[in-house]
Design a protein around this ligand. Structure first.
Ligand code: MN3
Length: 209
């Protein structure tokens, strides 16, 4: 991920808006990336504009320093640095050339901890379905093992120093145009375009950090 410091720019997706059809539709991808992520980028830049000390920090540092900031600024940074990180991370883990999850260290660890890929998928799906309101479900590495965690709004597990492997955005804007209120259909579709090569690279980076 480049452009990690002020001034943030909305970098183009690495695939076309319609690349994830029929699993995630073109209109949703356009609005989600250009409008929703774009708004978080603009808001984060506006917040940082008058904060010379914070301007020097990268995105992860901003997220991790948020709890130490005064209340109002804390929430602004958490919402907007989180909104930028969480969305960029989400988009970076989608691919128009999905592969069946196969071998690799991550799948080995998933099988070891959850019993099988299917059992993991059920657990992750249940977590994503049970996010109340707007938020995300994540697979993270805590330095010792994999964990499925949920975050509300634009909160990010990086704030708790957990290392993210992949996330699913379950805000309604991520699926409403195609799946209406049926979040379960969206989650199943999302699994079809999840980039397991990228997830493996993220896991290795977390593991050897
Ligand atoms: Mn979103």
């Amino acid at each position: 991920m480049e452009n990690n410091c002020y001034e943030f720019k909305n970098l183009p997706l690495e695939y076309s808006y319609d690349a994830l059809e029929p699993f995630i539709d073109e209109r949703t991808m356009y609005l989600h990336h250009d409008k929703h992520l774009g708004a978080y980028i603009d808001k984060l830049n506006a917040v940082l504009k008058n904060q010379p000390q914070l301007k020097k920090l990268n995105l992860k540092q901003l997220i991790q320093i948020a709890p130490k900031l005064p209340d109002g600024l804390q929430q602004e940074i958490r919402n907007n640095a989180g909104g930028v990180f969480n969305h960029r991370f989400f988009f970076s883990l989608l691919t128009d050339k999905p592969k069946e999850q196969a071998c690799g260290r991550l799948i080995g660890q998933i099988n070891c901890q959850f019993g099988s890929f299917e059992k993991f998928k059920d657990k992750f799906t249940a977590a994503a379905l049970s996010v109340f309101g707007s938020g995300y479900a994540w697979l993270v590495f805590d330095g010792c093992s994999l964990r499925i965690v949920k975050t509300a709004n634009q909160n990010c597990p990086v704030e708790q120093h957990l290392c993210p492997i992949f996330n699913i955005d379950v805000w309604e804007h991520a699926y409403y145009l195609k799946n209406y209120n049926v979040r379960a259909d969206y989650i199943e579709n999302w699994f079809q375009v999840l980039d397991w090569d990228k997830a493996e690279r993220n896991f290795l980076a977390c593991f050897f950090k």
